[in-house]
Design a protein around this ligand. Sequence first.
Ligand SMILES: [Fe+2]
Ligand SMILES: [Fe+2]
Length: 157
Amino acid sequence: MVLRFDFFQRLNEIVTSHHAMQGSNEFEIGIAEIDLQHRQLGHLLERLKESTEKQYGFAANAILAELAIETRIHFAVEESLMRLLSYPGAEAHIAEHRRLTEQLEKFRKRAQDFDISDGLSGFIQTWLIDHVNMFDRQFVAHFISKGVDPHAVPRPD
Ligand SMILES: [Fe+2]
Ligand SMILES: [Fe+2]
């Protein structure tokens, strides 16, 4: 039997143990600002899961709309960094972002007409966690070698 991966439990562990385990767990890649954006996306997905479980269709659609905006910003940040720092894997990574954006749009359309709770865990797994682990993690060494400060975080407002 394949054990089901409990994303939200893991996300919670990661957030609560962030300071103790910085950079040493599966979800964090070790560049603070990008990790922060990933956590924000994870938080939106957590809210999406909650609203789906409670069958709040309107809320789920609003969260998916917010997720689309935040994702566009996040992908643009990563893509700019990859281009500016001449990352060799940029083309394949950007193509994967396009694929994920299309997947999100399809998921949003489905959410407007159907209950999305069945496919939600799989969507979160492939859409956020697999991408972070298979793609984002690969640019870390290159970015740091080109001078990115892994500890730099945005100033509070
Ligand atoms: Fe990415
Ligand atoms: Fe990312």
